[in-house]
Design a protein. Sequence first.
Length: 584
Amino acid sequence: MYILGLTLGHTATASLLKDGKIIRCVSEERFARVKNKCGFPKQSIDWILKDCGLKISDLDKVVITNDAFFSENYGFTQRFLMDYTQSKFFRKLKARLGYRYPKLFDRYYSNKEKKIISDQKSNSEDVIERVSKILEIPRERIYTVGHHKAHALSTCFNLPQNKESLIFTLDGEGPEGLCATVSVYNGKDLNTISQTKKTASLGYLYAIATIYLGMKPLEHEFKVMGLAPYAKKDKVDELFEKKFKGLLRINDELEFESKFNLVFSDVFFDKELKFVRFDNIAGAVQKLTEEITSEWIKKSIGKTNINNIALSGGVFMNVKANQKIAEMPEVNEIFIMPSCGDEANAIGACFYGYKKFCDEKELKFEPKPITDLYLGPKYDNDYIENLIAEKNLNEKYKIKKIKEINKEVAKLLARGNIVARCSGKSEWGARALGNRSILANAADKDTIRILNETIKDRDFWMPFTPSILDKYEKKYIKNPKKLFAPYMVVTFDSTDLAKKDIPAAMHPYDQTVRPQIVTKKYNPDYYEIIEEYSKLSGFGGILNTSFNLHGEPNVLNPEDALHTVENSDLKYLVMGNYLFEKKI
């Protein structure tokens, strides 16, 4: 049984389920080399079918999310951005900042483009017809699933089948005009008990705060989150009490309610927050996010008496809010969907199709948990050898084929070198998990400066993150509920030993860590690198950051890796069993 799930909107993605298990998942941005690429994920579909040796006719169902746009160049995010080009606030912001930061406004559109976007609106039948023609598959095999339902279902692979779970979805807005849902999942059926309209969208409020602070909405919210801890607590509390408290509340129906339409909260920022320090604004928005989501979940647990929860939707990419939720005494068990933005909806679409297929054929319904996220392409030594010969790479690099390559990488890291790694299957989602990563010694704080000057060009306040061996987890993070943490979706308070051993891979101010706990079962090669490094250095974790140039998607293939190395000051690159060293 094969089910293909597709996200056609923001961060277009394709996912394949075989007999109840997700076996492939990749986002179009990796192939197209355009961050958060929207539209139809044609290259992703082509790769999945080729890699699995399948034809379109082998697919039992294709399930697509009901995102409102179907253009290669414009998507739901673009409509959100377009709306703000019309606002008085946006025009004032562009007048203030446009001459200094022209690239900040390069995603906003002309009148001609606005007409193109308007013409891209499609209903479900339109989209089914177009998918049917593109894929050359009968219409009766194609289904649609709601945006927030797909978010909720994406978590269900990893939820218990023998007891009830509460699923929360939260984002800016889905095509249905909803920004939040609460559902009960009983191991078989999903029952939505609460829905919030976009007018009370916490996601939009955070996105507009991101614009107000001079960053890209629906992309740079994580920078606002990273900035928030630097603000003085008393100043944040004062601003929160005066301006933010009460902007949102949770009613008895478990819906968000707001004082005014938050889709247009730019007016609030422009009127109420003039001349307020940028870090205090970030701190207050983050405080509101943490408090209102915690209140929502507490009330929902109280009303349903269900203590096992799951989270999905773009707002739950906020790892600091996730920490507050996970620490709540009311929460017994928690599953946070890895990379839970719209890219996760392709996985939810697969779940929807699998359940429908089982019901129709009266088959046993047995969804398999998602474990590791290494669901994309891999490139073997033969591919790399051919690339070396084809591009005559020996002229630019000292190239060695090394049998025990993982031990060699560990030695380089222990000596303080930075190593880019493009080996094994690529990771699905927003987090680099070792196979398409830049690795470095986390014991030396100077690593942060070197990384930023070498390649990352990150905002000075943003933290890096660690990959920690599972046997060192208790030594480095405070995790009283023993949360499973291999996906970098939640922060933890660090231990005193972590502050000594891995200071370059934690938030510089509040000293929390967003770890990838590495197990041998999920990634034996990456585990061996860190284990060998530990033997040489005495430290059980390394710094791990995404392997990309600033503003580009993470690398996918060896060509992308070489492009990134050649356009940065990176010196060492590992691909398969090959070590590349730039010739000086």
